[in-house]
Design a protein around this ligand. Structure first.
Ligand code: ADP
Length: 481
C-alpha cells in the first residue's frame, strides 16, 4: 500500500494531557515524528477530569457517539484538539462515569473503563468516516481494541482485515479481569494458555491478536522472551517472536535541550561545558549541599519502585558517602513506595551535609539536577527503554547503569557511561567507583565521555523510521502490498 498511511493511535496517556510515565511521552512525540514523515496520524485518549473541567485549547465536538456494549448502548461525548506544536489531531472520549476521575489508573473497574475506551475509539473512527490503514495500540489498556478487531471486527465491513500494531511499554502491568468482559465487548473467543480459568489477561491478548508487536528497546524485546524477563508471558512471546521487534524510544530534543532549557541556571552545549558549573552551584544552593566544585556529585531521579533497583542502591550510597571512593555528594529526587522514601530519608539524615533527598515529583528541579550533576545512576532490575539515562547524557551527566533493556542499548561502557551486569550492590559499586576514578584522575577522558553522550543521537526521527517499517510489514501481512 502506498504511503502515507492513516494511523490510529490509542493510548491511556498522552503528555501533556495525562502522563504517568514513558507511555505518555511516546504517545505525544511519536505521532509528531510520524507526521513529519508524511503520515496522517490521529490520536485518541480518554477525557479524564482535567479535560472535562476545561483544558486550554480542547473543544467539545458537535454531536454524540453511540457505543454498543453488552450492557446496552452508551452515549458519550468527544473533545478534540491538536498535539502541542503540531497539526496532529487528538480526540478525547468523554464518558462521565468512567473517565471523569482525578487519576488515570487505580480504580476497581479499570478493565471496563479501558475496554469501553477501546471500543469507543474505534466507533469514533467510523463516526468521522476515517478508516485507518493501521491501528496502533499501546499497552494493555488499549489491547481490547486489538482483540475486538481480530474477532468481532472481522464481521464488520468498516473494520474487517485491519492490520494492528501493539506496543509493549511495560510488561509488568497486564490488565487482569474476568471473562464477563467479553460479553461487554460483544466478543466470542477462546481462552489463552496464559489465562487462568475464567480470567482474561489483556496484555496477553494484545500480544496474541495483533499483527505486529514491538517493545521499546531491542534488548528488552529479547529479555521478555525469557522466563526471568517474561512476567509469565514469555512462552506466548516466544511463540510470536518472528513478529516481535524492539524499537528504541526517542527523546524529545525540543523539550530536552540544554542550550535552550529555561529551567537551567545557565544554558550550555557539548562545545562548551563551562556553564555546567553555574548549574552545579545553583543546584547545590537549592538543595542545601555545600558548594564544592571538585568532588563528584552523583544524582538519581526516579519513581521509587522496585523495578528501579532501589534494593541494591542503599548500600552503594552508604559506601559512596562514607568516602570509600573519596569525597562525594548525592542527590535523589523521587517519590513512590514508602519503604524507599524512608530508606532515602534515613540515609540523608545519616549523611547530613553530603546528601539531599527530595521525596517529591518536581518537573522544575529535574533539569537542574541533570544539568548540574556529574553522574546519574540507574541500577534498574529491568528497564523497557528508560528516559532518565537519555536525558542525563544529553545534559552531560554521565550515566552509571545496569546493562538491562534500553539501558544496555543506549549506554556504552567507557564510551558514553558506565555499566554493570549482575544485579547486586557489589557490581553496582564497582561500576560507580570506576566512574569516580576516571572523574578524579583523568579529566580529559571524563569530558570526552560527557561529550560522547551529549552528541549521541537518540532523537525521534530515527525511531519513527523503524515504526514506518513496522506498519509496512503489518499491512503486507494483511495483503496490502
Ligand atoms: P519510567 O517511565 O519507568 O518512570 P523513565 O526513565 O522512562 O522511567 O522516565 C522517567 C521520567 O520521569 C524522566 O523524564 C524523569 O526525569 C522523570 N521523573 C521521574 N521521577 C521524577 C520526579 N520525582 N520528579 C521529576 N521528574 C521525575
Amino acid at each position: 500500500m502506498p504511503k502515507p498511511y492513516k494511523i490510529l493511535f490509542l493510548s491511556a496517556e498522552v503528555d501533556p494531557f495525562a502522563k504517568r510515565g514513558g507511555l505518555g511521552d511516546v504517545a505525544a512525540s511519536l505521532p509528531k515524528a510520524l507526521r513529519d514523515l508524511g503520515h496522517d496520524v490521529r490520536v485518541i485518549m480518554p477525557a479524564y477530569q482535567n479535560i472535562e473541567a476545561g483544558y486550554p485549547g480542547v473543544e467539545p465536538m458537535a454531536g454524540t457517539l453511540q457505543v454498543f456494549t453488552g450492557s446496552g448502548s452508551v452515549t458519550c461525548g468527544v473533545f478534540q484538539s491538536t498535539l502541542p506544536n503540531s497539526d496532529v489531531p487528538i480526540y478525547f472520549i468523554g464518558e462521565w462515569h468512567l473517565f471523569n476521575r482525578p487519576e488515570i489508573y487505580g480504580y476497581w473497574d479499570d478493565a471496563y473503563r479501558f475496554a469501553f475506551f477501546s471500543k469507543a475509539a474505534l466507533e469514533l473512527a467510523r463516526a468521522i468516516e476515517w478508516r485507518p490503514d493501521v491501528v496502533h495500540a499501546h499497552d494493555w489498556h488499549t489491547a481490547p481494541a486489538i482483540t475486538w478487531l481480530a474477532t468481532a471486527g472481522q464481521h464488520d465491513p468498516f473494520f474487517a482485515n485491519m492490520p494492528t500494531v501493539f506496543t509493549i511499554h511495560n510488561l509488568a502491568h497486564q490488565g487482569h479481569t474476568g471473562w464477563e468482559i467479553f460479553n461487554y465487548l460483544g466478543i466470542v473467543t477462546h481462552s489463552l494458555q496464559e489465562e487462568g480459568y475464567g480470567e482474561v489477561n489483556f496484555m496477553a491478548r494484545g500480544i496474541y491478536h495483533s499483527t505486529m508487536i514491538n517493545t521499546v528497546s531491542p534488548t528488552y524485546a529479547q529479555e521478555i522472551t525469557t522466563p526471568s524477563g517474561g512476567a509469565g508471558l514469555d512462552g506466548l512471546l516466544r511463540h510470536r517472536h518472528y513478529d516481535l521487534h524492539g524499537i528504541l524510544n526517542g527523546l524529545d530534543y525540543e523539550d530536552w535541550n540544554p542550550a535552550s532549557d529555561g529551567r537551567l541556571a545557565a544554558p550550555f552545549s557539548a562545545d562548551d561545558l563551562s556553564n555546567r558549573l553555574t548549574n552545579r552551584r545553583a543546584l547545590q544552593n537549592k538543595i542545601g549541599l555545600p558548594q564544592r566544585d571538585d568532588i563528584p556529585l552523583v544524582a538519581m531521579i526516579t519513581r521509587l519502585d522496585g523495578q528501579k533497583g532501589l534494593d541494591i542502591t542503599g548500600h552503594v550510597i552508604h559506601l559512596l558517602l562514607n568516602g570509600f571512593a573519596g569525597e562525594a555528594q548525592f542527590v535523589v529526587l523521587g517519590t513512590g513506595a514508602a519503604e524507599y522514601e524512608s530508606m532515602f530519608a534515613r540515609l540523608a539524615g545519616y549523611h547530613r551535609g553530603k546528601m539531599a533527598a527530595i521525596l517529591a515529583y518536581s518537573a522544575g528541579l529535574a533539569p537542574l539536577i541533570y544539568g548540574g550533576s556529574d553522574m546519574f545512576i540507574m541500577p534498574s532490575l529491568f528497564e523497557p527503554c528508560g528516559l532518565g539515562q537519555l536525558i542525563a547524557m544529553r545534559y552531560g551527566s554521565v550515566p552509571v547503569v545496569r546493562a538491562t533493556g534500553g539501558l544496555a542499548d543506549t549506554v556504552q561502557d567507557g564510551v558514553t557511561g558506565f555499566s554493570f551486569y549482575d544485579y547486586n550492590s557489589d557490581a553496582f559499586w564497582h561500576a560507580l567507583s570506576r566512574a569516580i576514578y576516571v572523574y578524579n584522575v583523568d579529566k580529559p577522558r571524563w569530558q570526552q565521555i560527557q561529550q560522547n553522550g551529549m552528541t549521541a543521537d537518540f532523537s525521534w526521527p530515527r525511531s519513527a523510521q523503524s515504526y514506518d517499517q513496522l506498519y509496512e510489514w503489518a499491512l503486507a501481512r494483511h495483503g496490502h502490498t
